[in-house]
Design a protein around this ligand. Structure first.
Ligand code: MG
Length: 256
């Protein structure tokens, strides 16, 4: 009896490990009162108990880190890295919230006990700016006591390199398609975070990454058939604009 119980426990633990984790892309924003990269979207990702909430970070010319997807912001398309914070601080998101600073965002994150943070440092126009934005973002994460629940992603290899220089134990995944899984491993990153077409075009890619000890995140997966395909392929994280539906499909796949 004890052996059977132990075996059942082991099998359920294995299944739990194998299930993909859901990352709400730019927070959970496709729901009432929310907006991409808003503090509300973070809170809503926490409410639905998404594994993680992804968000984008850029730095203004006077050194303030803000949460926003594009390099530009507002109706006048002000370039964030060229602007003073004062010039953009009153710009509102689609839900009426003001553009959050990273500090405001992380303060809210401290109260969100369920959700982990997937912090994307957006590419700035120079390596120096990328390095400064990465260092400053990581320092703020540390100051807020959130280092253990934050992972990093970026299209800029200089950002990923800097994450590991600052904290060799940090988790960091490369977003671009310009590097092979082997190259990602060789640079010391802990995972890949690739566009879904890369996995469709190469069904062995997940295994190749896993054989190298890399975690596999896929973006941005919103359609049922694609979500099912990524679950079947055995990815570790699914980054999606429909986190609740993705959770449902994962549950469905694992209770078959
Ligand atoms: Mg992003």
């Amino acid at each position: 009896m004890k052996k059977i119980l132990a075996l059942t426990f082991l099998l359920s633990a294995m299944c739990a490990v194998a299930q993909p984790k859901v990352v709400a892309h730019r927070g959970y924003w496709k729901t009432d009162g929310s907006a991409q990269n808003s503090i509300t979207a973070l809170k809503k990702a926490n409410q639905i108990k998404a594994w993680g909430s992804e968000f984008d970070v850029s730095q203004t010319a006077d050194g303030v880190l803000v949460v926003n997807h594009d390099a530009t912001i507002g109706p006048d398309k002000i370039l964030i890295e060229g602007a003073k914070y004062d010039d953009i601080k009153d710009i509102t998101l689609a839900n009426g919230e003001k553009v959050p600073t990273l500090e405001q965002y992380l303060k809210a994150a401290k109260k969100c006990k369920n959700v982990r943070l997937v912090l994307e440092v957006k590419p700035h126009t120079t390596s120096e700016k990328n390095i400064k934005a990465t260092r400053d973002a990581m320092a703020m994460v540390k100051k807020m006591g959130l280092a253990k629940k934050t992972e990093y992603i970026s299209f800029a290899s200089v950002v990923c390199d800097e994450v590991l220089k600052v904290d060799p134990k940090a988790k960091v995944a490369f977003l671009g398609s310009s590097m092979s899984a082997q190259a990602v491993k060789d640079r010391g990153y802990t995972g890949v975070d690739f566009l879904y077409t890369m996995f469709i075009n190469n069904p062995n890619l997940v295994k190749q990454c896993h054989d190298l000890g890399l975690t596999v995140n896929v973006w941005t997966v919103d359609k049922d058939d694609l979500i099912r395909k990524m679950i079947e392929q055995g990815v570790d994280y699914i980054t999606t604009n429909v986190p609740e539906r993705t959770e449902e499909l994962i549950k469905e796949a694992y209770t078959k």
